[in-house]
Each structure stands twice: as structure tokens, then as C-alpha cells.
Design a protein around this ligand. Structure first.
Ligand code: SF4
Length: 284
């Protein structure tokens, strides 16, 4: 049983309060996801001086600006590339990437695949709101079929990407998904990802209440959050009902885990061996 000790966690100690008020729309799921992340970091007693948060462009990408740590707001889709360099050069840091579905799966899709394959110790939090919220509500790789966006006025005709299936197939050491409906449960998932010794990919289904919700008449923010529970049904059941909302088999929790060697450790070991061999040659 997960005990909700949210009342004891003061999120302000991890926030740059001078940056307030934040830019998020009322009811946006991204604020809930940010709280869950900061709560997880707090429970793991992560030193803010040893925490690096890298983010790309978009509503999710803006979140790093509010975190009182070492933060990097980088180019669109490239957060994982920057984070890879950082984690390799500074293994003493805890490196976290915050990305949106467009940033992570479209513009940065290639970086995601290779980050999964490489298995460097990083935690990637992908906030899936099914849309490019900040730039005008265009269709994204995770927009559910038939949903309306500014670029699909007749309804999206493409199937949505299953990001967790992609990360699993590409070899990510840890893959998980959850919703913003239950923050303590989401926090526990993020904690497990942060503790994983390799690459951890966590998808958070986070509602864009303003751009996506209003366009599709999904109701108020609380209504959207409550729907997260009822819409997350196994695909076998989904196929029998007439609901276009999040049609993939959206299982939640830890979806995949493997203990492949962590890339940074293997890389440093190989580099040291090459250096030692070169030193021996030099002495001859
Ligand atoms: S546009 Fe959507 S995702 Fe962006 S802050 Fe507003 S509600 Fe959140």
C-alpha cells in the first residue's frame, strides 16, 4: 500500500520561487508530473548540487526552468543528446531529462532510440499530452486517432505511437508509464526509474486541458483526470467500445526492466584499458 505523505513534502524547496508565477495553464497535468518528480528526488535525498535537469522545447521543456538545480534548456528534440554528454562526462551527477511527446518522439525520436539502445544511466520523463501545446496545438506522434488538433481539423487519421513499446524494443533498461491521477503512485514509479542503474524511460500521461482538452470537448481538468482511470482499459476491451481516446493498450506501472551493463561504466573501463595499453607501448 502506498501511503500518501504529500502533506509532509514541501515542493518549494526544489523550486525557484523567484520564477513564479509559472506559465502553465490552470489544470495542466505537467505541474502534477513536476511535483511527482520533485517528491521522488526528495525522498531519494538527491542533493540539488548533484542534480542536472535537461529539457527541450515545449510546455514540458519549460519545466526545468522552475527547478532549483543545475538546469539546461536546450534545442528542440536534443535534450537526450545533451544529457548523454553530461552523464558521460560527469558520472557523479544525477541526470534527468524532461521532454514532451513531440520533443521526444518526433524531433528527438532518433535520440530516444539510441539512448534506449545505449543504456547510459539517465532518467527520461516524457510527458505525453498528445499534442504540441505550446506551439499552437498541432498533431503529435501520440495524438490518438480521430482526435482534433489545429492540423487535423477533421480528426487525426494516423495511429498513435506507443512510446513504451518503442523504448522496450530499443532495449531501455527500465520502462514505465503512469497517469497524473494518483501522484503518490506516479512518484513511486519515478523513484524506481531514478534508482535504476541504466537508462530509464517513464511516460506520464499528462492532460493538456487547454489546447487539447478544449478542442476535443473533453471537459474540465478534474473531468479529464477522472477519465484517466476509466480510459486506461486493456486493449481487448477497448476494441469493443466506441472510444477513440487513447486507443493503445495503455498499461501502467513498470512495463519492462533489464539489467544490461550500464554504458558509462563500460565506456570508462574500455577507455582506461586503451589508455593503459597506449602507455605500455610508449614505454617500449
Ligand atoms: S498548452 Fe496544454 S500542455 Fe501547455 S501549459 Fe497549457 S494545458 Fe499545459
Amino acid at each position: 500500500m502506498i501511503i500518501d505523505t504529500a502533506a509532509e513534502f514541501d515542493v518549494r524547496k526544489y523550486l525557484r520561487m523567484e520564477m513564479m508565477p509559472h506559465f502553465l495553464c490552470p489544470g495542466c497535468g505537467h505541474g502534477i508530473a513536476l511535483r511527482a518528480l520533485l517528491w521522488a528526488l526528495d525522498e531519494l535525498q538527491v542533493d540539488k548540487d548533484k542534480l542536472a535537469v535537461v529539457s527541450g522545447i515545449g510546455c514540458a521543456g519549460r519545466l526545468s526552468a522552475y527547478i532549483d538545480a543545475n538546469t539546461f534548456h536546450v534545442t528542440h528534440g536534443r535534450a537526450l543528446a545533451y544529457a548523454t554528454g553530461l552523464a558521460l562526462a560527469r558520472p557523479d551527477l544525477r541526470v534527468v531529462v524532461i521532454s514532451g511527446d513531440g520533443d521526444c518522439l518526433a524531433i528527438g525520436g532518433n535520440h530516444l532510440i539510441h539512448a534506449c539502445r545505449r543504456n547510459l544511466k539517465l532518467t527520461c520523463l516524457m510527458l505525453n499530452n498528445e499534442v504540441y501545446g505550446m506551439t499552437g496545438g498541432q498533431v503529435s506522434p501520440t495524438t490518438s486517432a480521430t482526435m482534433l488538433t489545429s492540423t487535423t481539423p477533421l480528426g487525426n487519421s494516423e495511429p498513435a505511437f506507443d512510446a513504451c513499446a518503442l523504448a522496450t524494443a530499443a532495449g531501455a533498461g527500465f520502462v514505465g508509464r503512469d497517469v497524473t491521477h494518483h501522484v503518490p503512485k506516479l512518484k513511486e514509479l519515478i523513484k524506481a526509474g531514478l534508482e535504476h542503474p541504466g537508462f530509464a524511460f517513464i511516460e506520464v500521461l499528462s492532460d493538456c486541458t487547454e489546447i487539447f482538452g478544449r478542442k476535443n470537448e473533453l471537459g474540465s481538468s478534474p473531468e479529464m483526470i477522472m477519465r484517466q482511470k476509466s480510459e486506461l482499459r486493456p486493449s481487448a476491451y477497448r476494441d469493443t467500445v466506441d472510444t477513440p481516446f487513447r486507443p493503445n493498450d495503455m498499461q501502467t506501472g513498470v512495463l519492462a526492466k533489464n539489467e544490461r551493463p550500464e554504458y558509462g561504466t563500460a565506456y570508462r573501463r574500455a577507455a582506461a584499458a586503451i589508455k593503459a595499453a597506449a602507455g605500455k607501448k610508449g614505454k617500449k
